[in-house]
Design a protein around this ligand. Structure first.
Ligand code: PFF
Length: 452
């Protein structure tokens, strides 16, 4: 007889929603989304992203919750339980690797957000020359020591929350931090829109120009959608394993997806109109929010307060997401390797620390740490979003659509028949055919293997 394992878990339905939405809403929405929109021509990218979120990502999110809650295990054991002695556990192994790769650059950016909170508190209340801000950003990210110290502090915050457990750490802090985040982003979006008097920014965001769209744009939008919803690598399988049995998985998934889309839209509204109002190009790449915002704030009434607010917002969003990445690795060490939470977190911290040091130094001191022609930082970013997550999502759909017993999937989605689910057949059809084929086609065309 197998011993019953008592696992930590979420205590309430609201807790599930804020923790999962906390994982989804992060640097992906507030830092990555605005510059991706800026680099990929604005509203056409935005529309494709929203379409992919609803049509392709929602089914994958539901599928991850189904796997997690059914198996009640970490990301590798979940596949061992549901498909014993099969190669499907490769999805879990790939998920662990993806968590490490993402954390390798995510903690570096998390560190920048903390550095900018410090900078904004001590910033001078005068307007400085335009290139001052780009110079400050470049000197921060290329310096050998400074970003590492901030990154270490960011990892320490994660260690504090994750070691406290699922209910007392992740759920408790998400419940406090997520509502604060929402209020802050709304304030900033309103401020930015009121600056954009000739509506150039709003037009850039909402008037689609499909002439610039290519296969690469579709893959970038898909990667962005997967990254932003935290799917394709098992974070939501791990969170799914903590969801109480009476939570409605479909409603929770729709709630998480809508919150995530709302935050991306609000981030777009907070960044793009402000960028246009000050006559700056939106195609600035990863430095966009770090270079543009301090400059914009320096020219704005109440800019000092808003700047501190903005970078605090970014740091909070980063933290509620990175804890879910750490949790994937910690849950595996706790469930499968029987380590205590604290020891597990210490082991993960060491590995993530090393990866972050390499990624950070690849931006300055050691530019020759590169892979496939990209410095390690950019490689971690694009390899995870454009390759690991879409492929992970594809196999997760195939697993739930083809390998899991339909009766088990239905049982999980209807809470053992206690809730009605009229569109189950349709959902299964989408998971078996539509989502995997669409992901495969977008992936192949983005990689340049297929011309459409
Ligand atoms: N969704 C997070 C963001 O938008 O910043 C990033 C992320 C977290 C990706 C967790 C993947 C993940 F498993």
């Amino acid at each position: 007889m197998q011993q019953k394992i008592t696992r930590d878990g979420f205590a309430s339905k609201f807790g599930v929603l804020v923790a999962a939405a906390g994982s989804a809403v992060g640097l992906g929405n507030l830092w990555r989304f605005p510059y991706m929109v800026g680099e990929n021509g604005g509203s056409a990218f935005l529309l494709i992203y929203l379409f992919f979120m609803i049509v392709l990502c929602l089914p994958v999110l539901i599928a991850e919750f189904v796997i997690g809650r059914r198996a009640q295990r970490d990301v590798i054991d979940a596949f061992n339980v549901l498909a014993p002695r099969s190669a499907w556990k490769g999805i879990g192994i790939a998920g662990l690797c993806a968590a490490l790769v993402i954390l390798g650059f995510y903690c570096v950016v998390g560190g920048w957000t903390l550095a900018y909170i410090g900078k904004s508190i001590f910033s001078l209340p005068t307007t400085l020359p335009g290139d001052y801000y780009a110079g400050t950003f470049t000197s921060l990210i290329t310096s050998p020591v400074q970003p590492l110290v901030w990154c270490a502090l960011f990892i320490a915050l994660n260690a504090f929350v994750v070691s406290s457990g699922v209910k007392n750490g992740i759920e408790r802090y998400s419940k406090i931090l997520m509502p604060i985040l929402f209020v802050m982003i709304v304030v900033l979006a309103i401020r930015a829109i009121t600056l954009d008097s000739d509506m150039k920014g709003l037009r850039f965001l909402f008037q689609p120009d499909f002439s610039k769209v290519t296969g690469a744009t579709f893959l970038a939008a898909l990667g962005q959608a997967f990254f932003s919803l935290s799917i394709g690598m098992g974070a939501m399988i791990t969170y799914g394993s903590y969801i109480p049995k009476d939570s409605h998985l479909v409603k929770t998934s729709i709630g998480v997806m809508s919150t995530d889309m709302l935050f991306s839209l609000l981030a777009g509204l907070a960044v793009i109109p402000a960028v246009f109002a000050f006559g700056i190009s939106p195609a600035q790449g990863p430095g966009l929010v770090f270079v543009i915002f301090p400059e914009i704030f320096s020219k704005m009434p109440m800019g000092y307060v808003l700047e501190i607010l903005f970078f605090t917002l970014l740091a909070i969003a980063a933290l509620t997401s990175s804890i879910s990445l750490f949790e994937v690795l910690v849950a595996w060490l706790v469930d499968a390797k029987k380590l205590s939470r604290r020891v597990a977190m210490a082991c993960v911290t060491v590995v993530v620390g090393v990866l972050s040091i390499l990624a950070s130094l690849s931006l300055g001191m050691l530019p020759n740490i590169s892979l496939f022609g990209k410095n390690l930082f950019n490689f971690f970013d694009s390899f995870s979003s454009n390759i690991l997550l879409p492929l992970g999502g594809l196999f997760i759909c195939l697993f739930v659509g083809w390998r899991m017993k339909p009766a088990d999937v239905r049982d999980e989605l209807t809470n053992s028949g206690n809730i009605r689910l009229p569109l189950f057949g349709c959902f299964r059809f989408i998971l078996r055919y539509i989502t995997p084929i669409a992901i495969a086609v977008i992936f192949a065309s983005g990689m340049g293997w297929l011309q459409i």
